[in-house]
Design a protein. Sequence first.
Length: 675
Amino acid sequence: MKYRKEIDGLRAVAVIPVILFHAGFEHFSGGFVGVDVFFVISGYLITTIILSEKEKGTFSLVNFYERRSRRIIPALFLVMLVSTIFSWFWLSPSHMKDFSESLVAVSLFSSNILFWKETGYWGVENELKPLLHTWSLAVEEQYYVLFPLFLMLMWRFRKRWILSSFFIIALGSLSLSHWAAFNAPTANFFLLSTRGWELAIGAGIAFHFLYRKQVMRSLLSHKVVDELLSWIGLAMIAYAVFVYDENTPFPSLYALVPTIGTALLIIFSSKETSSGRVLGSRAFVSIGLISYSAYLWHQPIFVFSRHRSLIEPSPLVFSILSILSLILAYISWKYIEAPFRKRGIFTRKQIFSVTAIGSVAFIVFGLIGHYSEGYKFRIDRNLANIVNHAKKTSSSNKLCVKNIDSTQQNDMYCVLVPNQEKLAFLYGDSHAKALMFEAQKAFSKTDYGLLFSSTSACPPVKNVYRADNPDKKACYEQSAKVYEDIVSNPLVEYVILSARWTLGMEGVRFDNKEGGVEHGRKPQLDIVENGQYLLHDDYSHRELIAKAYINSIQYLLDRGKKVILIYPVPEAGWNVPDYMSRFYWVNPDSVFDESTASTSHKVFRGRNKNTIDALDELGSNENLYRIFPEKILCDSILPERCVTHMDSTILYRDDDHLSDAGAKLVIEQVLKKLK
């Protein structure tokens, strides 16, 4: 296969946006499409090799997998080994357990399946997983298990039939991807079945060059056409990198922009075109040559820096870490990748032996890490008990005396404390669910029964849809049902409302920086009125959300219900139990007082100002009782600070949900409002 410098330059176009995206640079909000560029390149190169050897009659599965092992395994195992060492010293047991499981999955090239089962690609928790990025390697390797077998099976037929069959499979994959983008987004992002069509585009290019190039050249033979189409391809990739973001349904038909752009570059860019000369320049080729190692190194480097920092590292730090990933990439390329590719240095037997021994070692270490709960013996037993108690979540099903409703929309809808005479109703999202255990204990000592309903990420208000949920109607339909049940039940005297109100208002999660919000507003909720969506922009969105909050609460008050409204819980911005583990881990002799892991009350007020203003608009009402968690946690112990623990008692189970100890403080205030 003839070497093309511009292809290596294209690898640089792929890897740099990925690195800068994971570093959090806003302008590269669509940098994740670099992986899709890689898929197309890989599909083209590997298919070209296979087809060329099939035509010569020299293709061998053993040789094929030997090449893949030489290309993939040495650098991957190096990064896994280094990550394991740092994980041992820097990761808390819970994160170490997750990391151990990923070691097993990566070794079996199934990490995409693991991360699909665990969670989605986006979110704070995934920014703390050192091997999250290996999902793309798993997709490629799964593809290269099936694709050679497909060609071997179909080779007896005409090339036209092979290509037609392959085209039908790829079209099915693309169709499934577009459907899943709106119905099963997590599976869509990680699985081969919805990613295979991207590799198939590259494979189709290989078919083109080997069997149809002359036909294409006769139709499009002018240099101007090559110049125009290659630059259009580069512009398509750039558009996706700078315009797409995590709200873009992806992959889907949207992914055609960067993948078709990559295809245009591969087909029409060459050393004869200006785009090819740019991509083939020394700077682009140099980065392209180390792109695989750079891709491997950047994620663990970023993740471990986050584990060592209480808040997100600064852009300057991430800039330095990005450069560091390129430096390490060069070292591993020069001393690991390049030597292992040379058969004169390492034999086939040695390559396969390294692969087998390394895989077994990582699998064994990972399994032990899984069953030992992340090698939890590494942490002080007393601290481990404190942390585990804070993170403990009571089984919701066991708390329910009787389930009222079992629809799929509900996380839970049940009787917590039975009573035939008078009732309270605890209603909200996961913040209400965090109060569930302590509320049941407290209300069992009163004259009131307690009903409960919670739907995660859905505030307890009417007329809202989840903007980022494929089943947008879940929130709307569930809240309508709960409100009907509340107002139609004369035994319900009190309605206790708890939610992460500000997330719905601001549309972004909390990062504990000055101003209190992450970069970029991304509305979580859509507003519906009379069955119709209300169109809005970023500026009117808060007003619409505030209206929904106020109208819903007023709806209950107007129907004679007493409402106990729990205002926003101060968000920590980091996982409090994990941070306490990390703090003691790094500073075993330090004094851990209330100032440690405390947050700024000023930042809390800045973050929650719009929410508090909206809830305050309800004014005074003899049936409206307000609970202010900030008055419990902020300024009461430390001036201008909100505490996340009291002595050794942790008040949060993660970054924003109260632990049972924290919930108890809030429920005590709730009971004082009962008459």
